[in-house]
Write a protein that binds this ligand. Structure first.
Ligand SMILES: [Zn+2]
Length: 243
């Protein structure tokens, strides 16, 4: 009899503990820029080679991670090991992400990522075109979101309408999908920026290098932190970051 009572107690204990443990689990958002070989232009640390990137995605696949985009934000508590991969600036070389995702996708592993594009830069040299974005959005591997219209420092701009509203509308027209997340250029934001962002978006993404611990505080979804994956990040370091 005592044995059953003990089992019952264990069952009750776990029953109460599990949801709490889930709720406290931090959310991990990674930020990348170029996925390409570094050829000497721009900052090297903003590149990750396709070879390293593939190893990182392989690691996520082999270790049971679920890759999410912001339209599936509510799923973060339902899936195994949620992680958000984001790519800023809309570089043409993000096509490499598509190729690697396609290569590693399986019925058990559906890679997805968020491309934060600068709407006025679409189709410029080295940037994705609207045809590219349409195709990438349709592929099911990507959510295309906004990184403003001109990559302005939002704490200094006066033209929030163009940077936030026009950018959202233009990207939405290209992909035919909702634009709900904004990544702040240079990671710069203040109260005014958040107030303006709230008019058009459900999420504001910073580059504060932390994990996101949900506290239920006001506007916390407009201060989402992200961790940089750099050129110099080794696979061992990557494993430490995500685990
Ligand atoms: Zn940027």
């Amino acid at each position: 009899m005592k044995k059953y009572l003990l089992l019952l107690l264990i069952y009750i204990f776990w029953g109460f503990q599990l949801p709490a443990a889930y709720a406290e689990r931090p959310v991990l958002i990674l930020v990348y820029h170029s996925i390409a070989e570094y050829k000497g232009t721009g900052s090297k640390e903003l590149y990750v080679t396709p070879e390293n990137f593939e190893k990182q995605i392989n690691y996520l696949r082999d270790n049971g991670f679920t890759l999410l985009t912001f339209d599936r934000w509510q799923d973060r508590k339902k899936v195994k090991k949620p992680i958000f991969l984001t790519f800023d600036d809309g570089y043409k070389n993000n096509e490499n992400v598509y190729l690697i995702f396609k290569k590693l996708a399986s019925p058990q592993f559906q890679p997805t990522g968020t491309l934060f594009v600068i709407s006025d830069f679409i189709g410029r040299e080295n940037r994705l075109t609207s045809t590219d974005l349409k195709r990438l959005a349709k592929s099911g591997y990507f959510s295309i979101q906004s990184h403003t219209a001109t990559h302005v420092d939002l704490t200094k701009t006066k033209d929030f309408t163009h940077e936030l509203r026009d950018s959202k509308e233009m990207i939405g027209r290209i992909t035919g999908k909702p634009v709900i997340a904004l990544s702040y250029p240079y990671g710069n934001f203040n109260e005014k920026v958040v107030e303006e962002t709230k008019k058009y978006y459900s999420f504001g993404i910073t580059t504060t290098p932390e994990l996101f611990f949900e506290k239920g505080t006001k506007d916390e979804l407009y201060y989402l932190p992200r961790i940089y994956i750099k050129y110099s990040t080794t696979l061992a370091e990557f494993a430490r970051i995500v685990d």
